[in-house]
Write a protein that binds this ligand. Sequence first.
Ligand code: NAD
Ligand code: DAU
Length: 364
Amino acid sequence: MNIMITGGAGFIGNHVVRLFVNKYPQHRIVCADKLTYAGNLANLADVEHRENYCFEHVDICDFDSIVALMRKHNIDGIIHLAAESHVDRSIKDPFTFAQTNVMGTLSLLQAANMCWQGNYEGKRFYHISTDEVYGALQMDNPQGGNEPGGGPWGTAFFTEQTPYHPHSPYSAAKASSDHFVRAFHDTYGMPTLISNCSNNYGPYQFPEKLIPLFINNIRHRRPLPVYGKGENVRDWLFVEDHARAIDLIFHEGRVGDTYNIGGFNEWKNIDLIKVLIRTVDRLLGRADGEDDNLITFVTDRAGHDMRYAIDSRKLKTELGWQPSLQFEEGIERTVKWYLENQAWMDNITSGEYMKYYQEMYANR
Ligand code: NAD
Ligand code: DAU
């Protein structure tokens, strides 16, 4: 197959590209990315010279360029990750989120429709979405404790049947893009797939998101801005486990279907932050608890969703996927990676990586 992976220079995308390039030498992998602030070709340095890989600098909203690119590479599979992904940015700038996440997805769908011309034999359009489209779950059990059949903080989970109820401009735009993908399946018979995943963590995440931002701040002894009381709950999954699930769903998922992906691994933010402090301090040879005073409670995020928890049993039962890593091991690997790759982090926080792209693509 010739597979276009959009958003491949971002956090999850680079892990998906790496997995596909290494695992499928017979497939040609085209990474299509606009290189917004969140895209970074340094994330793909280890695969950039591989024979079955190439990079295309393109905006998914640019319909004509996407059509040209699909024809040039004879694309028959699309794994669509390109998006604006940060909730806080969506609160400040909702237009960009509607443009990229909704119109960009529509542009890709329509380009695929045009290029494939109703001949869907061997074709796949796989859209990567988020659990945030389902809205927020209650904290039935704020003190914690495992209810039979429930999570530590509440009894309900998001299933594939949970009605959509997005709250942030980010999740509203992702929900809208999911609807367009289903509409193309139902209207044109396009072979689409959708998965909705919980919070990912691991190497190469842009340091505006909780885990890399806080690891870097602890290292430099900067304040850790905890929104509200730090009581919100997220379900964390190691990014390579997400990439494995994407591989499985792309190749074996039932066309037209939706799969939830999650870790059954719920953490209150404040507890997770304490684990990060302990781990960074231990790995840097600092005394236990030395940096607890960095925790700084700040004004809560507007419309802050209380709890996410994914029921991923369908993916386990039907396709045999389950997370491979225990959270403790995943966090240890993640913290170590950021501490050992300070140059990667500094290149981003200094803005150097963006200057490089601006020069590289200045006259194109
Ligand atoms: P990211 O912000 O790290 O990366 C996004 C990538 O998309 C970047 O490389 C960026 O340059 C590219 N991009 C943005 N706009 C583009 C455009 N107009 N044209 C082409 N490329 C463009 O995002 P991420 O965290 O890797 O998330 C990837 C996908 O997975 C998103 O669709 C997101 O909604 C979804 N998702 C993320 C998580 C998570 O925890 N990070 C969880 C579930 C689902
Ligand atoms: O659930 C999947 C989603 O997970 C993805 O769809 C999004 O793309 C991804 O960004 C992530 O969204 P969150 O909003 O949950 O992630 P973030 O890392 O921004 O925040 C995690 C939690 O930590 C959330 O409850 C807000 C809180 N937080 C975050 C930051 C950046 C803080 O308390 N302080 C912070 O500085």
